[in-house]
Design a protein around this ligand. Structure first.
Ligand SMILES: [Fe+2]
Ligand SMILES: [Fe+2]
Length: 393
């Protein structure tokens, strides 16, 4: 049996049946990918924080803006370092003192990483020389750009629906787990930064994401069910080490926008962009799951999002962005930043996936056993530029 003939539910990593409880335990810190992520991991694994704002145990002086400015702002080292810093604000890590969350030295490093990443996002989403981007200036123009689906339908969900082999579907599911196992958590950071109608409406959407009072319907848990149905490991953080920088960057953007009150407009813009693009892609993903014979829980995650996100899109547009900008019109540029940054990073991730798959190469850093062996990094890739924007629900 070739890889392409293997059933989608072939057990790639995990045992067939898992107790649902252990998958929520905090993971171990991920192995570093360079000097910046090494500095973070070495500090976390050194013991309790020292409180010294100038030094990180295991490394020495805190790497400053000079070190982070010379790093690739979309690269593996910077994004794993940032992701590890942010994870302290979510579940934390097994064996790591939770007080690292507010250690001044680590926060200084995190700020330097954020400065480099945010500068790249602002630079690469700036309006064109004529003062407008593709869809026109401002929030409406940014949202219009999201609605342009290419005629030849070459996005990731199109590929998964029409052409993908089972290992590619599992790679996609594993990669997306870096976000979906904490789905909607980054957006909760913005709640205290809003007020009035915008707050009420955003909390209504978040309530749906968290199951609407039914723990069995929390979207994070539905995604764990999807992973289990596909024979993947539903443990929180299981695929962070396997995920490339392009995936980590999409989640880091949410954490960055959510954790800074000054970027509340960007978080709302991102949230709207995510909801707008997910209803059509969720439909294609449900079809992909059906074509490849995935189980009912894998299907449920996507069918649940088809109608829900069509409603969420309207709520975000009219009941969150509208009242927010009526209240604080100065946030319009940041709302547009959040919309366009989402498109930019989803394009980068989509291009990575499709380039690798079209070249017959795995997209994960740690390929599954039934994926083809990876080719040399300088092997020619067959991908195309300008893939459509797509976002997981
Ligand atoms: Fe959701
Ligand atoms: Fe949603």
């Amino acid at each position: 049996m070739t890889a392409s003939q293997a059933p989608v539910r072939a057990r790639a990593h995990a045992p067939a049946v898992r107790d649902p409880a252990p998958h929520d335990a905090p993971p171990a810190p991920p192995p570093p990918r360079g000097p910046l992520s090494h500095a973070v991991t070495a500090a976390l694994e050194s013991g309790p924080p020292t409180g010294d704002p100038a030094r990180l145990p295991g490394t020495g002086p805190v790497p400053g803006t000079a070190a982070t400015a010379s790093a690739d702002p979309y690269g593996d080292d910077l994004h794993l370092a940032l992701h590890t810093c942010y994870e302290l604000h979510y579940r934390g890590f097994a064996g790591v003192d939770p007080d690292w969350e507010w250690d001044p030295a680590l926060l200084r490093l995190r700020a330097a990483l954020e400065t480099a990443f945010l500068a790249a996002l602002r630079r690469d989403t700036a309006p064109g020389p004529d003062g407008s981007a593709d869809g026109g200036a401002g929030v409406d123009g940014a949202l219009r750009e999201l609605l342009v689906e290419p005629v030849d339908s070459t996005g990731v969900s199109h590929h998964l629906r029409d052409h993908a082999e089972p290992w590619q579907l599992r790679e996609h599911a594993a990669m997306r787990s870096v976000y979906h196992l904490k789905e909607a958590d980054p957006h909760a950071w913005v709640i205290p930064r809003l007020r009035g109608r915008a707050k009420t409406a955003l909390v209504a959407v978040e309530n749906d994401e968290f199951g609407g009072g039914r723990p069995e319907m929390i979207h994070q848990g539905l995604y764990a069910g999807l992973l289990d149905d596909l024979g993947l490991d539903p443990s929180y953080g299981a695929y962070v080490d396997a995920a490339p920088a392009q995936m980590l960057a999409t989640v880091n953007m949410m954490s960055l926008f959510g954790l800074h009150r000054s970027l509340r407009g960007a978080l709302v813009g991102h949230f709207a962009a995510a909801e707008i693009t997910t209803a059509p892609s969720a439909r294609r993903m449900a079809q992909a799951m059906e074509r490849l014979g995935a189980g009912p829980r894998a299907l449920l995650f996507y069918t649940e999002h088809i109608e829900a996100d069509a409603v969420h899109e309207q709520v975000l547009r009219h009941d969150v962005i509208g009242p927010l900008l009526a209240d604080e019109p100065g946030l319009a540029a940041d709302v547009a930043l959040g919309v366009r940054a989402t498109g930019l990073l989803e394009d980068r991730l989509g291009a990575h996936l499709l380039d690798r798959w079209r070249a017959g190469r795995p997209a994960l850093r740690r390929p599954f056993p039934d994926a083809p062996p990876d080719a040399p990094p300088d092997a020619p890739a067959a991908g195309r530029d300008g893939e459509p924007k797509e976002e997981g629900p």
